[in-house]
Design a binder for this molecule. Structure first.
Ligand SMILES: NC(=O)c1ccc[n+]([C@@H]2O[C@H](COP(=O)([O-])OP(=O)(O)OC[C@H]3O[C@@H](n4cnc5c(N)ncnc54)[C@H](OP(=O)(O)O)[C@@H]3O)[C@@H](O)[C@H]2O)c1
Length: 317
């Protein structure tokens, strides 16, 4: 539920001269842009990165890099020392290490919140998902929503950011088009407002500065899933081949998979099925357009001679 912090309860605007910002999930697609954004605004930035994860270029601009696993919080108390604002883009978008969404999206962030409270942090911004209330029953969303409830009940000034899908995730549609066919759930009329993380990061920094308790964020254009699929084929100069799957069939298959496949497979499938049949449109922000991004990805792959399905950074356009 959107929060309702009263005007008078809000913490004063962060002061760039003294307020250290701790970015969790700093090596991720969004996290690295958040590091760049807060550094660009003059804040001292501390970035938390897992041991062994290569540091993206943007993270090198941070004043301090702290290595550690948030799922083992006992070693990380010092990371929260002298921090004014925690910004968490920590989350499990690719299943690995045998951890699930409750381990990372709930407990990882919950440990961070407890450490933040104990160390006197004043503000905590968290990247949730858009329209979580319409995605009930999806384990990832349930874990994130449970953390949001804890955050809103905490004494910290909370900012909950609910973005639509990132351009980097939309690249999966390019990959499907390259394989020959893009499936649509239903007739493909569900709306989506994909956003570039370079447009999202400044919105988050502004929301933190203004003490906004809850913000839904989309990119500058709202498209149907069918339009997105057509854009992917267009970017590659291929004739569109769409496969419309009835919503009831997709739901039945996903429910069946839940009985036979591990949560690491059934969870993302359930998420995909639900977001593909739910309107995921949000108030527009930024100026970067998905069609331009698709074309830039295809051009970069052609130049590199790859044409691979590798996940791009979402920062090429
Ligand atoms: N992608 C989307 O379309 C989308 C849309 C709406 C909301 N969101 C939310 O936005 C947030 C950021 O998404 P993103 O696409 O930037 O994700 P991402 O690229 O996968 O980044 C996630 C970050 O979390 C870290 N992380 C994952 N598991 C961890 C663990 N066990 N311990 C410590 N750190 C761990 C990753 O570290 P490593 O680099 O070491 O793996 C990475 O820094 C997530 O909460 C996601 O749910 C994403």
């Amino acid at each position: 539920m959107p929060g309702t912090a009263a005007e008078g309860d809000r913490d004063p605007t962060p002061d760039a001269a003294r307020d250290r910002v701790l970015v969790l999930g700093a090596t991720g697609t969004l996290g690295r842009q958040l590091v760049a954004e807060f550094v660009g605004r003059g804040f001292p930035v501390r970035a938390l990165a897992r041991p062994g994860t290569p540091l993206p270029e943007e993270c090198r601009a941070a004043d301090e890099i702290i290595r550690g696993e948030i799922t083992r919080p006992e070693s990380l108390a010092h990371a929260f020392q002298d921090v004014g604002t925690v910004v968490s883009a920590l989350g499990l978008t690719r299943q690995r290490d045998g951890l699930g969404p409750w381990d990372v999206d709930y407990w990882g962030n919950r440990y961070a919140l407890d450490l933040a409270v104990a160390r006197g942090v004043r503000r905590f911004a968290y990247v949730h998902v858009l329209k979580a209330d319409k995605l009930a029953g999806v384990p990832l969303v349930e874990a994130k929503s449970a953390f949001v409830r804890d955050l809103q009940a905490s004494p910290l000034t909370a900012t909950v950011v609910c973005p639509s899908g990132f351009f980097s995730d939309a690249e999966q549609i390019l990959a499907m088009a390259r394989r020959g066919r893009v499936p649509l759930v239903g007739s493909g009329r569900a709306k989506v407002s994909f956003v570039d993380v370079r447009d999202l990061a400044p919105v988050i920094a502004d929301a933190v500065a203004d003490g906004i308790p809850w913000i839904d964020v989309g990119g500058p254009e709202t498209l149907t899933t069918r339009q997105v699929a057509l854009m992917a084929f267009d970017a590659m100069g291929l004739r569109p081949r769409l496969l419309s799957l009835p919503v009831w069939l997709v739901r039945a298959v996903v429910a069946g998979v839940g009985w036979v496949a591990p949560p690491s497979v059934s969870g993302p499938l359930r998420f995909f099925a639900r977001v593909s049949s739910t309107d995921m449109d949000a108030p527009p922000h930024g100026h970067r357009r998905l069609g331009d991004h698709f074309k830039a990805v295809v051009a970069a792959e052609a130049e590199a001679g790859t044409g691979t399905e590798a996940k791009a950074t979402g920062a090429r356009a």
